[in-house]
Every structure is written in C-alpha cells, then in structure tokens.
Design a protein around this ligand. Structure first.
Ligand SMILES: NC(=O)C1=CN([C@@H]2O[C@H](COP(=O)(O)OP(=O)(O)OC[C@H]3O[C@@H](n4cnc5c(N)ncnc54)[C@H](O)[C@@H]3O)[C@@H](O)[C@H]2O)C=CC1
Ligand SMILES: CCCCC/C=C\C=C\C(=O)C/C=C\C/C=C\CCCC(=O)O
Length: 253
C-alpha cells in the first residue's frame, strides 16, 4: 500500500503504541489525526510531530472513544481538515480489572465504534475511497489469562469482531479491509499499571521476565506489515518475544 498522501486516524495516540503508529505513518508521508482522552499529553505529542513533520500534517482532537459523539467528531474534523480518510487505527486501550466495565467500554466498544465510523466514512458507496482498519488486539485474545479476565475478554471480542467484518462481501466491494495486531507484553506504561490486575508487583515482575517484553520497534514493524500488504484482509497477527510475528489467521474466513 502506498502510504504517501494517505490520511490516518489513530486513537490513543498521546503515548505508547498509538504515538509510535502515528510517528511511523507521518514518516511515510501520511497526514495523521491523533486523538486521545489525555488532552495535555496528546497536544504535546502532536506539537512535537508538527515541528518534525510540518504543521499541516498532524492534528489533535481530544476524544474519549467511549463517548460516541466525541469519536464521531474526530472523523468529522479529519474529513474537514484533510478531505478524506484512508486508515483508521483503533488503538486506545486500558487494562483495569477493578474498573472492568470501563475496560470493555474502551477496548471493545470504543474500537467497535471506531470501526463503524471508519466503514461509514471510507466505504465507496458513501463516496469514500476504501481503506484499511487496524484494530489493536492482544496476545491475551487467544487464551485464558487468569490475571486479566475482563481485558482478555475485550481482546477476544475484538478479534472476533474484526474477523467478522472482514468476511463481508459488501465491505470488499466498498474497498475496505480489516486486520488485528495482537502483541504480548510490550514496553509501554500499560504494563506498569499492576493495580489494574489481580497480581502483586513481585508476581507481575516475575511474569514479565518469564514471558518477556517485546520492543516497540517490533510492534511497529508488525503494524507496518499489516498495513503494507493489500491482500491482508482478515489477518490476525500475533507478536511474542519467543516466536516473533505469526499469523493466527491470514485471510478472511
Ligand atoms: N503494552 C502492551 O503490553 C500491550 C498493549 N496492547 C494494546 O495496545 C493498545 C495501546 O496500549 P499501550 O500503548 O500499551 O498503552 P498506553 O497506556 O501507553 O497508551 C494508551 C493510550 O490510550 C489512551 N486512552 C485510554 N483510554 C482512552 C479513551 N477512553 N479514549 C481515548 N483514549 C484513551 C491513553 O490516554 C493513552 O494515551 C491498547 O489497546 C492495549 O490494550 C496490546 C498488547 C500488549
Ligand atoms: C504482568 C504485568 C501486568 C500488567 C499487564 C497490563 C497490560 C497487558 C496488556 C497486554 O495486552 C499483554 C499481552 C499479553 C500478555 C499475556 C499473555 C501472553 C501469552 C503469550 C504467549 O502466547 O506466549
């Protein structure tokens, strides 16, 4: 997929994966709308990108992805600013078992909302040019995870949701494709929030040591692989330190 001149929306882009995805898209010549619930950090990140890549290539919109009107506003503003939308990355996520309803709301419902909006704006039948939706799942979406049941459920759901969209013939005709990136532990602040799990700090440290922590560069590389290959519809790519990137599903089925 030629990325130069494409327009992307990345949710949860103030820090972590979202910031790295926005950065690589800008590096490849895309225009990017970064959105995040954390307005001060989102504005700071976007300001840095504006300086590096040009003020005209990055915008920030404050958005809680669980609030439908706010997420819709992100799409409206991006279309208004850049005239089209080609890539949507549903990345915003939390890992909090005590606030498990919120975990489902952000990780699953928020990403579903972002996908629905992407389909609305990018479908050829609505005047769009087609495009790609990348949902950020997790390696917890394939197996039981005793210390994060709600989080794991949100990611199991997101994988099923993404695959279900990918098998629709109507979406194929609309030029849309759908893929899911599923990393194991990776080096962001998310994995430092152990109060959000049922683990003690020492058990969490031991687990991180045992499973290992994937580097951000590996996550970005896998993200780019899903984006670049236009035949990737329905692909679910798992990324672990031990096995690297492996397709759990390659095609829409
Ligand atoms: N770090 C890890 O080990 C892994 C993370 N993931 C997933 O990757 C995605 C990104 O996570 P990280 O970068 O690690 O976390 P992070 O905590 O570094 O970044 C998450 C971003 O999402 C934003 N956010 C949270 N709730 C939001 C909401 N309601 N609306 C809009 N923005 C919101 C935060 O403000 C933050 O900027 C998440 O979906 C997470 O579940 C998946 C596998 C592994
Ligand atoms: C121990 C740290 C606790 C805090 C964790 C917070 C967030 C984690 C988010 C993830 O998405 C982590 C993803 C995967 C880790 C769990 C199981 C990995 C199984 C890997 C495998 O299949 O080999």
């Amino acid at each position: 997929m030629e990325l130069k001149g494409k327009v992307a929306i990345v949710s949860g882009a103030a820090e972590g994966f979202g910031k790295a995805f926005a950065e690589v898209l800008l590096l490849k010549g895309c225009k990017v709308c970064l959105c995040d619930i954390n307005a001060p950090l989102g504005q700071k990140t976007t300001g840095i990108f504006e300086q590096r890549f040009g003020k005209e290539n990055a915008i920030f919109v404050t958005c809680d992805v669980t609030v439908a009107e706010q997420f819709a506003d992100v799409f409206k503003k991006t279309k208004l600013e850049y005239g089209k939308i080609d890539i949507v990355v549903n990345n915003a996520g939390v890992a909090n078992e005590k606030e498990w309803r919120q975990t489902i709301m952000v990780n699953l419902i928020g990403s579903m909302q972002g996908t629905e909006l992407a389909v609305k704006y990018m479908s050829k039948e609505n005047g769009g040019h087609g495009g790609v939706i990348i949902n950020i799942g997790s390696a917890t979406g394939f197996e039981p995870v005793f210390f994060m049941p709600a989080y794991a459920a949100s990611k199991h759901g997101l994988i099923g949701f993404t695959r279900s969209w990918s098998v629709s013939k109507r979406n194929e005709a609309n030029g849309l494709r759908f893929a899911c990136l599923c990393p194991a532990f990776a080096e962001t602040n998310l994995i430092r929030f152990t109060e959000g799990t049922t683990l003690s700090n020492s058990t969490a440290e031991a687990l991180l040591k045992e499973i290992g922590v994937v580097k951000m560069s590996q996550v970005v590389e896998s993200f780019m692989e899903l984006l670049a290959d236009e035949s990737n519809n329905g692909a679910v790519l798992k990324l672990t330190l031990d096995d690297g990137a492996e397709y759990m599903y390659r095609d829409a089925r």
